[in-house]
Design a protein. Structure first.
Length: 359
């Protein structure tokens, strides 16, 4: 970390949750699932709340363990798109920058905007190397099937991010084919940004292919939270980096629908918080958030990769920080404590933050 005391602070000042659990074998329990009066399932994990000075405002579990951040750091991966001048060269606005940060649901409003962006840079769907899958949004997936159409790379939840990569490559005169490779200038540029923003040396860090085929780098959870804190409070960054971060942050907050979509955590939570909180989910139980009003960054990892637990854990942490007022909690209530129901719609349990996390 850039702050030499950051690691020590994390172990000195975090809440006491999970001490017994850690001794008993593993990370603390962050989320519980009840059925009737019984806790039926438990989800363990680690999480950290930190500011840009390295001051820890809450930690749970092993925050030094490297994790694959997956899609939770798309805001960091979008920095070169702005910093290189590519965004200005092609006249990109907040909508395109929001899509660069998105894991969108493949709804028409997402797909049409990505297609228009590709056309703006003189490319097409055929240039995307993210692969295809059905839209995450169930209604859009059903509509596609009913029209006897196959999904395209435009429906891939990462198509906006990939279009951002292509935009930077076109602007800098780099080959567009193979932009997903670890050794391609696009990915090496992002690797440098990740090192600078997280304060971690990543040249020898383990990496693997993400679901959309780009490299995903193993980064300590404390580094991810620190990077989010620097998005929340970028005053210590060089002016060009600070300007890029502020522009990305503005777009991220202004277009919650484009970042995720109908019925998705990121969209509904950001709408409920009216732009005060920016969240981004990643696969396998990873989550990041930036809170500009508090100058804080959050990162968490659920050990078993369960989305239901990651959603609840992030909502509980936002509530613990105080980022959700009473009205926000009403709007975001289904994420704080989603109900477990029978097939007949009878509520029989709840997914909730564990006692030490919920506070």
């Amino acid at each position: 970390m850039t702050d030499p005391h950051h690691h020590d602070h994390a172990h000195a000042h975090g809440p006491a949750i999970g001490t017994a659990d850690l001794a008993a074998g593993g990370a603390p329990i962050l989320v519980e699932v009840t059925r009737g009066s019984v806790v039926e399932s438990r989800h363990r994990g680690s999480a950290l709340i930190v500011d840009r000075h390295g001051g820890v405002h809450g930690h749970w579990g092993d925050i030094s363990r490297p994790v694959y951040a997956r899609s939770a750091i798309k805001s960091l991966q979008a920095i070169p798109l702005v910093e290189s001048g590519a965004a200005d060269a092609f006249g990109l606005g907040d909508e395109e920058l929001a899509l660069a940060c998105a894991s969108h649901g493949g709804e028409p409003g997402h797909v049409e905007r990505v297609a228009a962006w590709l056309a703006k840079i003189g490319l097409s769907e055929a240039d995307l190397e993210c692969g295809t899958h059905l839209p995450f949004h169930e209604g859009s997936a059903h509509a596609l099937v009913c029209r006897h159409e196959h999904p395209s790379a435009l429906h891939n939840n990462c198509s906006g991010k990939h279009t951002g990569f292509l935009t930077t490559a076109v602007h800098l005169g780099e080959k567009t084919k193979g932009y997903i490779r670890y050794d391609h200038p696009v990915q090496q540029r992002i690797l440098g940004v990740l090192e600078q923003m997280t304060g971690c040396g990543l040249g020898d860090a383990p990496w693997a292919a993400d679901g959309c085929s780009i490299p995903t780098i193993a980064i300590p959870l404390e580094g991810l939270a620190f990077a989010m804190a620097r998005i929340a409070d970028p005053d210590d960054l060089p002016s060009s980096r600070r300007d890029a971060v502020l522009r990305i942050r503005k777009a991220w907050a202004a277009h919650p629908f484009l970042v995720a979509g109908t019925g998705r955590f990121d969209t509904e939570m950001m709408q409920a918080c009216h732009g005060r909180v920016m969240t981004k989910v990643g696969a396998e139980g990873v989550f990041c958030a930036a809170l500009p009003e508090y100058g804080l960054g959050v990162a968490l990892k659920i050990d078993d990769g369960a989305d239901r637990a990651a959603n609840v854990a992030m909502a509980a942490i936002l509530k613990r920080i105080g980022a959700l007022d009473d009205a926000d909690q009403d709007a975001a209530g289904r994420w704080l404590a989603p109900e477990i129901k029978t097939r007949q719609g009878v509520t029989v349990g709840v997914v909730r933050g564990a006692e030490g996390l919920a506070g």
